[in-house]
Design a protein around this ligand. Structure first.
Ligand code: FES
Length: 169
């Protein structure tokens, strides 16, 4: 092998190495951007397992707050997360479970805690109001109804799953 050939192959080796390192660095920068872009798509498919929350016999037509816990798995970390729901029976006997998370900025709404609105959910943070069925009252800060929990009743127990925008649960 001549000295010239030897030098060329060394240059090629350097080119390959620099290209490889450059590609590795570019991938390192691009991967978080790609993940950030597709993460909501991946999360949208995430479903919450149904968990028992209360006995159906406890329910009345008056919303009551029930606190419960769900198992949450984030990558390798598993934890128990607290959740709450306002649950009641409609006039026709259907179980309705609403998320207490205000759709304005995420405060917790309470049932009938505003004396001027005894039959509505009230958010004390910015005076948000919702009707009993979760619909936001016009001209108050929330712009959407309270989320609705997926639910099922089995052996007299009420189970709740994911809270979803009204109409999707
Ligand atoms: S967070 Fe509920 S009204 Fe603003």
């Amino acid at each position: 092998m001549s000295e010239k050939n030897h030098r060329v192959s060394r240059r090629q080796f350097l080119n390959y190495t620099l290209t490889g390192v450059g590609g590795f660095m570019a991938a390192g920068m691009l991967m978080p951007m790609v993940r950030f872009a597709i993460d909501p798509v991946l999360k949208a498919g995430a479903e919450q397992d149904m968990v028992p929350v209360c006995d159906e016999s406890e329910l009345t037509t008056e919303p009551q707050r029930f606190d419960f816990k769900i198992d949450q798995v984030d990558a390798w970390y598993e934890s128990e997360e607290p959740r709450s729901a306002w649950i009641f029976k409609s006039e026709s006997g259907d179980v309705i479970a609403l998320s207490p998370v205000c759709k304005h900025l995420g405060c917790t709404v309470n049932w009938a805690s505003d004396k001027a609105n005894p039959n509505r959910f009230f958010c004390p943070c910015h005076y948000g109001l919702y009707e009993k069925n979760g619909d936001n009252v016009p001209n108050t800060p929330p712009l959407a109804p309270l989320d609705v929990y997926e639910h099922k009743v089995e052996d007299g127990k009420v189970y709740l799953g994911s809270a979803k925008p009204k109409g999707e649960a």
